[in-house]
Design a protein. Structure first.
Length: 457
């Protein structure tokens, strides 16, 4: 379908969003390993989360949905069975990466397949540590489909070549199912939803700092070890240690609103003149508030009020008012905390005065589509000057977006980000293949139209 977006002058709205996708998927996977039922309230309804649930059902897990409560009837690891057919992760990158940890601990063979652009998703960062732990994995040159022969696993010390919350969650889950201690080192802190869930379910972990040690090792050997994730003396970062075999003590889970979904509405409130937007009951996890911190550094009139904690995740209200802003560099350790919001932050950059630079975001090229290329292409169609870098973008701001016919590239994040751009542009914007948003945020277009009309939800 094509979505037509017309510009508006201002907006005033208060909204409440669906459950957080990232937390929902992790909650389902961890609940599957429990030996008794787990109630999950406000579970995300997107197709990505549905894919995770379907894969767990194929492994023999029973679940039921009653209004906004999902009950996952865990049977423990031993209760999972070999699926009759390959597990189809469809287009869900989180499912593809995280479920491999569970499959590697099961004493049978499972095939994992995907569809569309996910077939080209690099899986080396998942396969290599799992093989070091004892799993046997066949792949298509480190891409899907995968054939995983699981079984008895052993703990390892592993430094992630790229800081990514999905791979970290997969390794922590596998470490819980392995013998001995697993130590995971990430050079830059990433989202910690899975660590919070584990602690909420009674799992003990130890966090420490690893600093580089003097070494006379040959530089070529050190480089090989670094690329392979093998810990060498010059590695530094945060280390999480988890011991396998710990029992899970599940509790009811309430999923807060999705902070990534909130970013689209907040950015619209910032960039449209004479506007005010409030988002209620949204996740305020510090590792997910990177884009809020960026906006604060831009002196944006934004307030964050924590209401409480949903057992393991803080939640509350974010309010934002419109103002003119200046461009900014977004680089380094900040990037993992705003990786999901970088597409919509590119719309902020396009409307800020001066040049904004995004670097250290090569992970954007490793999604369903090359998001760096997609963002640059669409912004140029809207009349902006954009430099495409290997690991980011340089955007000459100042506003002046022109309505255009844009491609979503079948990526929900691109579609929703450029919907915001369409509200700001001169003339009509058409977003092709706009139905892709259902994958992450069912009902987005209905909520977006109400929002553009100034109706609260």
């Amino acid at each position: 379908m094509d979505k037509i977006v017309n510009p508006i002058k201002s907006v005033k709205a208060s909204i409440k969003l669906p459950g957080d996708n990232a937390i929902s998927q992790r909650a389902a996977l961890l609940s599957a390993l429990c030996d008794r039922p787990v109630e999950i309230k406000n579970f995300a309804t997107g197709k990505e989360c549905e894919t995770t649930l379907n894969c767990l059902k194929q492994l023999g897990l029973e679940m039921e949905k009653n209004e906004d409560v999902l009950v996952v009837r865990g049977k423990g690891l031993e209760g999972l069975k070999q699926p009759d057919n390959p597990l189809d992760v469809c287009g869900s990158i989180p499912t593809a990466r995280m479920i491999c940890g569970v499959l590697s601990a099961l004493n049978f063979e499972t095939k994992v397949i995907g569809c569309g652009t996910i077939a080209n998703l690099p899986m080396r960062r998942v396969i290599e540590p799992l093989e070091l732990m004892g799993a046997k994995i066949e792949s298509n040159n480190y891409r899907l489909p995968l054939t995983i022969k699981g079984g008895k696993l052993k703990g390892i010390r592993y430094a992630m070549p790229v800081s990514t919350a999905q791979v970290k969650a997969m390794l922590l889950m596998t470490g819980l199912l392995a013998e001995g201690k697993t130590e995971i080192i990430e050079r830059i802190p990433s989202r910690d939803h899975f660590e919070r869930l584990l602690a909420y379910f009674g799992v003990k972990m130890k966090k420490s700092r690893v600093e580089p040690q003097p070494s006379n090792e040959d530089p070529l050997i050190k480089r090989f070890k670094k690329e392979s994730g093998i810990v060498s003396p010059d590695i530094k970062g945060d280390m999480i240690a988890i011991r396998g075999g710990q029992k899970l003590y599940p509790k009811p889970i309430t999923i807060p609103g999705d902070i990534s979904s909130a970013s689209y509405f907040l950015v619209a409130g910032l960039l449209l003149k004479d506007s005010f937007v409030e988002v209620r009951d949204v996740s305020l996890n510090a590792r997910r508030l990177g884009f809020v911190e960026v906006l604060k550094k831009m002196k944006v009139p934004l307030t964050v009020e924590q209401k409480g904690g949903m057992g393991f995740e803080p939640y509350g209200t974010i309010q934002i008012k419109s103002m003119e802003i200046k461009g900014r560099r977004m680089v380094g350790e900040l990037i993992p905390s705003i990786i999901n919001e970088l597409p919509v932050m590119s719309i902020v950059a396009a409307n800020a005065q001066g040049t904004s630079v995004i670097r250290d975001a090569f992970e954007l090229r490793q999604q369903k589509v090359d998001r760096i290329k997609s963002i640059a292409t669409n912004l140029r169609k809207m009349g902006m000057k954009v430099g495409e870098l290997d690991d980011g973008l340089a955007i000459d701001g100042g506003g002046g977006l022109k309505g255009a016919e844009l491609d979503s590239y079948d990526d929900p994040t691109i579609a929703m980000s450029f919907a915001v751009a369409g509200l700001l542009a001169e003339g009509t914007t058409i977003i092709k293949n706009a139905e892709c948003v259902e994958y992450e945020y069912p009902g987005f277009w209905d909520d977006f139209d109400k929002f553009a009309a100034g109706k609260s939800s």
